[in-house]
Design a protein around this ligand. Structure first.
Ligand code: NAP
Length: 284
């Protein structure tokens, strides 16, 4: 075995895809997947001791409290997992002198920009989830100087709850779907993101990188495309505002991420979101 790669959050939506990609593409490396059953990142001593004992060369930290509305209602838990938990992982990584990779979010931005966000743009989160993930980024930068921070958005994939599954499930149960039409972003396929993470690791990239499928849409247009590509035409879609939906957490109205840095530094171009979605639905 060449390197030992530890994925924390390995049983989540992205984690399952990422472990599969790394095991297939890095056959000489050992890929170890841990989730809440193996390590609770809220517990500092447990986290540091377990990671130190494993002695990984690379730690990819995906574990997070990802329910954006639940975070709004439980700020304590959001910060305990996403900020302090991330600091515990970063401390452990620095003790092992390993490489740290941290997954962050487009929700660090407020959405006031009207062109794709660059890695150098100032973050200004609108909700608790975004603030807790941003604090996670800051802990990573403080503890692990050569760390790689990857901000992504609007993820869907084969595992876990996500928007694509939710639209298809609702389409089986209802005749009318109301979908938000005032937030713009880029739906991102977890399998494509996993490949990009692999490419960034192989390039030994450091610093912040934005990674998302290319192109942009609203949640409503995303929903309509999911239905169309799935051959569902008996469901009526009604565009609504975020205010009408009335979720606890505010979301940015525009959070498209520029992936120019990814392209410049690795040569990788992310494919259009509609192409990735077609691919995903054809395997379902
Ligand atoms: N999903 C998106 O649209 C999106 C967008 C931007 C960024 N991201 C980031 O990408 C990463 C992966 O997201 P995802 O959608 O794959 O998330 P996910 O499906 O919610 O997976 C996160 C995993 O972390 C685990 N976890 C939660 N608390 C933990 C703790 N205290 N200790 C150890 N493990 C814990 C979860 O276990 P339980 O399920 O048992 O809680 C889950 O298996 C996250 O860092 C997220 O912030 C996601």
């Amino acid at each position: 075995m060449d390197r030992k790669i530890l994925v924390i959050g390995a049983k989540g939506m992205l984690g399952r895809d990422l472990v599969t990609v790394l095991q297939a593409d890095l056959p000489k490396d050992e890929v170890v997947g841990w989730d809440i059953e193996e390590i609770d990142i809220q517990k500092e001593e447990e986290t540091v001791t377990k990671v130190e004992k494993l002695r990984p060369d690379i730690v990819i930290h995906l574990a997070a409290y990802t329910d954006v509305d639940a975070c709004e209602l439980d700020e304590g838990k959001a910060f305990a997992v996403n900020a302090q938990g991330t600091e515990h992982v970063a401390v452990a990584v620095s003790r092992c002198r390993a490489k740290m990779v941290y997954l962050s979010t487009d929700y660090v931005f407020d959405g006031n920009k009207r062109e794709p966000y660059l890695e150098s743009d100032s973050p200004h989160p609108l909700n608790v989830y975004g603030r807790s993930k941003l604090q996670g980024e800051q802990h990573v930068q403080a503890w692990a100087k050569e760390a790689l921070i990857i901000r992504t958005q609007w993820l869907y994939g084969r595992y876990g709850k996500n928007f694509v599954g939710s639209i298809l499930r609702q389409a089986r149960e209802k005749k009318v779907l109301s979908i938000v039409n005032d937030q713009i972003g880029s739906p991102t396929y977890a399998a494509d993101l996993s490949k990009a993470i692999f490419v960034l690791i192989q390039a030994n990239a450091c610093g912040i990188f934005h990674v998302a499928n290319s192109g942009l849409c609203t949640w409503c247009a995303f929903g309509q495309t999911i239905l169309k590509l799935s051959g569902v035409n008996r469901v009526k879609v009604i565009p609504i505002s975020s205010g009408e939906l009335g979720r606890p957490a505010a979301r940015p109205s525009y959070s498209v991420l520029s992936c120019q840095k990814l392209k410049k530094e690795t040569g990788l171009t992310m494919r259009p979101w509609s192409e990735a979605l077609k691919d995903y639905l054809s395997f379902k």
